[in-house]
Write a protein that binds this ligand. Structure first.
Ligand code: SAM
Length: 324
């Protein structure tokens, strides 16, 4: 798998790594206003200096709740007898949420670039509210934690490039990945930063590797229209190239990529539909948190993101029935 070489690709990768802070800062801001609870995110990123717009906060609310709904449904369906691999996890705090809710899978893996992992591990090592839950779920000998990886009984963090599948697989295997276990792979705003060939290879690798599996993908959609093009241009100006935008043309192109890379069943919802499918009592609660002036802008934003998911069901667990 080629990684691209030279100064240009290094700058591009650096910009992609920067998106990890953007995501966590936005999530932290939304949490601070009360959109959802996450007592752990404060240990990873500073509070935003400026307020984020209400439509951004509602967008993050739909994203986090949408992904969580499918993730929790997979955990219920497999009764926790499974593993989760969060690809491009950044500073995500799902491990701690699942621990608090007593929902941890057999093992929870995360993969991101080594420099992002190093930052995450620095915070974990230096902040007791982060390290204590990991210690509490660890059995046996002392856990492994070095500059670019953590390995404990229930949680592993791996520094690897998602475009170098062989290296990533070796590291996952070293830390106890079990391909025969039902496996949930999550990519939250990640695939769009690699070329369509690279994301297809990743999807195909996952479909070939795990006989019983689900893939949840959150990212852009409808990118060929005017609003989509402006999004692409804005990011380009910040040196951040949406290299995988081809696969983000429509809900159909999102599903096609999954189905043509070995997945048996697939679905894709834009975030308007997801927002409307979330528990409406909580949606009414968050809609009272901030006055939303720009309803159309929220609709446009939600229309340009989607959650697509796919399943393979070797063990006949009924994974294809999972939906919102
Ligand atoms: C927009 S952030 C999302 C982080 C997290 N999934 C979330 O939603 O909060 C994208 C993440 O994907 C990671 N990423 C993108 N391309 C990657 C690659 N080729 N290898 C490893 N990580 C990658 C970035 O470093 C970054 O942490």
């Amino acid at each position: 798998m080629s990684r691209g070489a030279g100064a240009d690709s290094d700058t591009a990768d650096e910009a992609v790594r920067g998106t990890c802070d953007d995501a966590s800062i936005c999530k932290r801001f939304a949490v601070s206003i009360g959109y959802w609870k996450d007592p752990y995110i404060q240990y990873f990123v500073r509070q935003a200096k400026e307020r984020k717009a209400p439509e951004i906060n509602r967008g993050y609310y739909a994203r986090v709740h949408g992904v969580n709904l499918l993730l929790d449904a997979f955990l219920r369906r497999t009764e926790g007898n499974c593993q989760i691999i969060n690809l491009g996890a950044g500073l995500d705090t799902t491990f701690w949420r699942l621990k608090d809710e007593n929902l941890l899978p057999k093992k929870y893996f995360e993969v991101d670039f080594p420099t992002i992992v190093a930052r995450k591990l620095y915070n974990i090592k230096s902040k007791l509210p982060l390290s204590k839950p990991i210690m509490e779920t660890h059995a046996g000998e002392s856990l492994l934690i070095d500059a670019h990886s953590l390995d404990s009984t229930r949680y592993s963090i791996i520094g690897a490039d998602l475009r170098n599948l062989q290296d990533m697989e070796e590291k996952l295997l070293k830390f106890g990945m079990d391909a025969q276990l039902p496996t949930l792979l999550v990519a939250e705003c990640v695939l769009v930063y690699m070329t369509s060939e690279q994301s297809s290879s990743l999807l195909k690798w996952a479909a070939d590797k795990f006989p019983t599996a689900m893939f949840i993908n959150y990212e852009q959609v409808n990118m060929a229209d005017r609003f989509g093009q402006i999004m692409v241009e804005n990011l380009k100006r910040r040196q951040c190239n949406l290299a995988g935008v081809d696969a983000c043309q429509s809900l159909q192109s999102q599903m096609d990529r999954l189905l043509s890379n070995g997945w048996e069943a697939a679905d894709a919802w834009n975030m308007i539909k997801v927002y409307c499918g979330l528990p409406q009592e909580d949606v009414r609660r968050i809609e009272k948190l901030e006055f939303l002036d720009e309803k159309e802008l929220l609709e446009q934003l939600l229309l340009h993101y989607c959650i697509s998911w796919a399943t393979k069901d070797g063990l006949h667990l009924g994974l294809a029935e999972i939906t919102f």
